[in-house]
Design a protein around this ligand. Structure first.
Ligand code: NBG
Length: 792
């Protein structure tokens, strides 16, 4: 379906060769895969740039409202295939590479993943950028150009080892440095008489990456900031022989954009982190105001022409910073400045985990941003004056609360699924919601169908297009036109074949890459996401242990063969999560070697989970594990990708699982476990874990095996603390949900054995997942939060 190319193969060949010669500086006889990949990327970039210019001109000509998405993370992954697919030049490019005697797959896979994010939050930002371009919304993404993205994970003797990520070691083919776009960002110093005299400063330097939308109609800009020294190279020190000192200012300044913090939903409370947040937020706001002033001038119009979205509290300093820019620097009255800022800002909350709601110590905050602290206190006072009796405090008891700050400074606050939004109203923002009952809205997350179906699953995409045409790519809800096809045996047969072929590809890749032989006839049961207790990978591995024991006890029974595939990174300082990785690998070693069970149960942990690995795994999955403790996963977005690609969910009523189940139908979803409310109540019941263990001998035996060192014979006590955690603390209710999880898994087994029933279920998941497109989510933000409209 990629055939409708704008420029045919000869044209493509010519531009690849042109760039190979004049941009990369190689001739075909000496070019490496890297050289070819760069040449192709530049050839594609040229075409994207044309789209980019015309979009920019159209946005200026229309004088339209612009959307600015501020995010610490953009987990964009590889861009070449994205560009090729959206420009519809994949076939032409593959053909051209083929003519040059190259393997297109290898060339495309040569691109490093841009891993400028930790997980769902950063990937959502990337999907939103793509959707805004596909819809033709004039928008910019703003973030940090980290030199080192999320660490690379190796598994060494079962354990996670972290290595630095080095995506910028090779030139990044997609970006344009903008030496003319630089801002001086201050820190420290003093606030005096309503003005700020920073004690130090760094330069924020802009790098632009165009993001092209579907069909090559519109392209927006992702602008990432890199930190530079204001002083540059110190020649005097150098001439004195102090070579290290000469380079010191530059090195220090660059630290700010050096690394992405490898934390997922937990706060790290570091000075450098706060600096990063202010650095990119301040640079972005200066840039936004500069563009606005050039275009419209009158600051009163700001909310009519600019919508700024804060992706979580990381850019929460945007509130006081915008007030500072309007009030201190442009002379707007304080109250008007606050009202203008509020009307311009929106805030998305992405988690209710208390440890992730950013709070800074007043000492650190005041030292780094003294004027902002003053402004925050005025904002706080004004809020209290407006709502006497309110106990809400932005700055209180020695801390500055970024959640409260974001809420007070935004005209809309949104949760990322229906359940999450409701829980937000009841918990973290209960009082603020009473004071501002219209402020909280819900916007359920979504994923871009271009990357997460068309590009990653060409077999299924081709089958869909053959049946209903290609309109679904731009309008995913059209998948519902396939409803009647689910009754057509030929459709189901092709659907099953596509999945099977994807599984064979994955098995071959895992075999070649990791030396693990997987039988594609087994069920591929997949849990891929960051390691976190609330995501409960330990529930999944305990079930594997119990299943292994059950198989050993009754080897003759007719077990449904399955392989449990895990992948995911743990924050380097999150020791329990790292122990779970090790436990999974230890269980794998024992279970996979057992001749009694190994034909029917395998456990695999794939290292270095990233966007590209997800693109490989999801189309080849049979079963999607979404088993978080109810009330803890704000939304999830992987859950949507699996459903769309025909992997039914085994899951709890958490996050967007709830809505997935409503859409695909309860009969096509394996539900288990307590609801959020029940979980909350159970947690308060003394001895809940022990009771659950006493009631389920299977669970007791599985925990006992882990405790006794069955999977760590060389160090029997290795997992005693894990067993102890589940038996005695179990905040995440692993024990209490185990029995029902086991039941649901056996139901999975039963349905899977009926190939037709399973295929129907999988197909219904695809056909009914159209609502989970990020295009739909963006339309929701446009209507309910941004008050902006697409230009195409
Ligand atoms: C994550 C949630 C996910 C959600 C993504 C995107 C953070 C702070 N939150 O459930 O845990 O899907 O955000 O909204 O990373």
């Amino acid at each position: 379906m990629h055939d409708t190319t704008r420029s045919g193969t000869p044209d493509m060949q010519a531009s690849i060769l042109h760039h190979l010669h004049y941009t990369v500086g190689k001739d075909a006889g000496h070019a490496t895969v890297y050289d070819w990949r760069m040449a192709l990327s530049h050839a594609i970039r040229d075409r994207i740039v044309d789209v980019w210019f015309s979009s920019t001109n159209r946005a200026y000509a229309a004088g339209a409202k612009r959307v600015y998405y501020l995010s610490m993370e953009f987990l964009i992954g590889r861009l070449l295939e994205d560009g090729l697919v959206n420009l519809r030049m994949l076939d032409a490019a593959c053909e051209a590479l083929d003519r040059f005697g190259l393997d297109p797959v290898a060339v495309i896979a040569d691109e490093p993943d841009a891993a400028l994010g930790n997980g769902g939050l950063g990937r959502l930002a990337a999907c939103f950028l793509e959707s805004m371009s596909s819809l033709g919304v004039p928008a910019h993404g703003y973030g940090i150009r980290y030199e080192h993205g999320l660490f690379q994970q190796r598994i060494v003797e079962g354990r996670q080892a972290e290595l630095p990520e080095t995506w910028l070691q090779e030139p990044h083919a997609w970006e344009f440095e903008r030496p003319e776009t630089r801002y001086r960002i201050g820190f420290g110093g003093q606030a005096r008489d309503g003005a700020w005299e920073p004690g130090e400063a760094v330069i924020a330097a802009a790098y632009d990456t165009p993001v092209v939308g579907w069909n090559g109609v519109w392209a927006n800009t992702l602008r990432l900031w890199s930190a530079r020294s204001v002083r540059g190279f110190d020649l005097d020190s150098f001439n004195r022989g102090d070579f290290v000192g000469a380079a010191a200012p530059e090195e220090t300044a660059r630290t700010i954009s050096r690394v992405l913090y490898p934390n997922d939903t937990t706060d790290i409370g570091k000075e450098l982190r706060l600096k990063q947040e202010y650095f990119f937020t301040a640079a972005s706001l200066s840039d936004i105001l500069r563009r606005f002033e050039a275009e419209h001038g009158d600051l009163a119009k700001l909310p009519a022409k600019v919508a700024i979205q804060l992706n979580d509290t990381h850019p929460a300093i945007a509130g006081p910073e915008l007030v500072r820019l309007l009030h201190d620097e442009r002379g707007m009255g304080f109250e008007e400045a606050v009202a203008t800022a509020r009307a311009t800002l929106g805030y998305t909350n992405h988690t209710l985990l208390p440890e992730a709601l950013e709070r800074w110590s007043e000492g650190l905050f005041g030292r780094l941003l003294p004027r902002h602290l003053e402004l925050i206190d005025r904002i706080d006072q004004a809020h209290r004056a407006a709502y006497p009796g309110s106990s809400v405090r932005i700055h209180d008891a020695g801390t500055v609360n970024m959640g409260e700050l974001s809420f007070v400074m935004a005209h809309k606050v949104n949760g990322v699924s229906a359940l999450h939004t409701e829980l937000m109203k009841k918990s973290v923002f209960a009082e603020l919601n009473r004071l501002h009952p219209d402020r909280i809205v819900s916007q359920t997350n979504g994923v871009t169908p271009r990357r997460w179906l068309l590009s990653c699953n060409p077999r299924l995409a081709g089958l869909i297009t053959a049946r209903i045409g290609e309109g679904w790519v731009a309008d995913l809800e059209r998948l519902s036109e396939l409803e009647s096809h689910v009754d057509d045996p030929t459709f189901l047969e092709s659907y099953a074949e596509a999945k099977q072929a994807n599984k064979v590809d994955l098995a071959n890749w895992i075999g070649a890459r990791h030396g693990i032989a997987l039988d594609p006839a087994m069920m591929f049961d997949v849990q891929i996401k960051r390691l976190h207790e609330y995501k409960r990978q330990h529930l999944n591995i305990l079930e594997a242990v119990a299943l292994w024991q059950a198989m050993r006890a009754d080897p003759k029974a007719d077990w449904t063969p399955r392989v449990k595939i895990f992948a995911g990174k743990a924050a380097p300082g999150y020791f329990f999560a790292k122990d779970i990785i090790r436990l999974i690998n230890d269980v794998a070693e024992v279970v996979n070697a057992d001749p009694l069970t190994r034909e029917r149960l395998k456990v695999v942990f794939l290292p270095n989970y990233n966007v590209s690995l997800a693109e490989r795994l999801i189309p080849a999955s049979d079963l999607s594990e979404q088993i978080s403790t109810a009330g803890k996963e704000a939304s999830g977005t992987g859950n949507m990708k699996f459903a769309l690609n025909g992997a039914p969910t085994i899951g709890t009523l958490d996050g967007a699982n709830v809505e997935i189940r409503e859409h695909v139908g309860a009969e096509n979803f394996f539900l288990f476990g307590m609801t959020a409310e029940e979980a909350e109540a159970r947690r308060k019941l003394p001895g809940h874990a022990q009771r659950a263990i006493a009631a389920d001998p299977r669970l007791a035996a599985a925990i006992e095996a882990v405790r006794a060192g069955v999977f760590s014979p060389e160090e029997p006590g290795r997992y005693a603390h894990v067993a102890d955690n589940i038996a005695n603390h179990d905040y995440f209710l692993v024990a209490s949900d185990f029995t029902d999880y086991w039941r649901a898994q056996r139901e999975v087994d039963a349905v899977y054995r009926d190939r037709d029933a399973w295929t129907r279920m999988a197909a219904f998941n695809t056909v009914r997942s159209g609502w989970f497109s990020s295009d739909r989510t963006i339309r929701g933000y446009l209507k309910d939060i941004w008050g902006a409209a697409p230009l195409i």
